[in-house]
Design a protein around this ligand. Sequence first.
Ligand code: S3P
Length: 427
Amino acid sequence: MRLQQRSLVGELRIPGDKSISHRAVMFGSIAEGKTTVSGFLPGEDCLSTISCFQKLGVRIEQQGEEVTIYGKGLEGLQEPAEVLDVGNSGTTIRLMMGILANVPFYCTLIGDSSIGKRPMKRVTDPLRSMGVKIDGRADGQYTPLSIRGGSTHGISYRSPVASAQVKSAVLLAGLRANGITSVTEPEKSRDHTERMLAAFGCEVKNEGLTVTINGGTLQATHVQVPGDISSAAFFLVAGAIVPNSKLTLKQVGLNPTRTGILEVLKQMGANIIISNINEEAFEPYGDITIETSALHGVEIGGELIPRLIDEIPVLALAATQAEGITVIKDAAELKVKETNRIDTVVKELTKMGARIEATDDGMIIYGKSSLCGASVDSHGDHRIGMMLAVASCIASGETILEQAEAVAVSYPNFFEQLNELSEESPR
Ligand code: S3P
């Protein structure tokens, strides 16, 4: 795909939150009754979740952003005749393992080549200690994974990583476990599972960094999915760094476990206004306006990291346009995302003229540098692809983006929206 400089002006509605869309389908599938979902993200990852639950015997109808799920409870799931293919989706495979821990039948889970490299023992280990039978390559570290659930017992699990996928898998396994199940994290990860379990009528206790569940049955409900702040992040950074830009992003999710990007951009000097905030919904949301701003370098680490982990590639791009040095630390988790995002960010931004170094747990970016068009590659990682497309908006000359199609994993209409907002400005 060929891309070039432009400024960005206007208003747009960001597609539905990926984490919430996955959970709406999953929880609706194991709830009793008819769940309806509006604002669903029809991206490849969430469609993989729908297809897996259909193979487990759940009737699911999806038309664009509207989904209807005819749940018959956990006991309504049936042993699938085929393997369950999660595609590129880490959330699908890890949360499904937690759900499948509750049912006494056999399933095999596979995914694409990226999923085949991602660590699964972080879920396999606690589930095995609850009594679930799991096997897979390298003692259950990698796909294909086979799982046979059934009779399980609760555990108090201290997770070595702040991961919503690990936390969610263990809590979901706790739905039918004998006794109480709790998860304690080193830092708080996104809490969509806890919020949505409560919305489906299941009691969850939150105490500091510990979440506890004492079994439960889910009752169907309606889920209104807000816009995905991780998708909004590309336009937030674009609005801040592309000259003569002003963007308003409508109805974006503002869950505090996800808003690290807003805090960091503000700290960097970005001019951001949040309006029309709705705090009543089970997930808060509001409109975000951002305009071209003079940015300066910052240090990003500690408890902020899980609250902006998916936004680090695009924040690294913002840092190339900030005066001074930006240090990103405590972010070794980036190495086990869809790609090793420390390597892919550094490699691709360097091609465009950025001064950026990889460290063991993050990166150091020296601003401000002028970017130039280059031939770059998403490496099949949606967020790397979108970050590079935003970079092309400020780069001199033409940028050629290889594997641009990867963006469909989380943002099917990304290039369409980017083009709609663009006022081409050959400077
Ligand atoms: C997600 C949790 C995060 C995030 C991922 C989605 C989720 O991963 O990076 O894109 O929906 O629970 P971890 O759980 O590995 O932190």
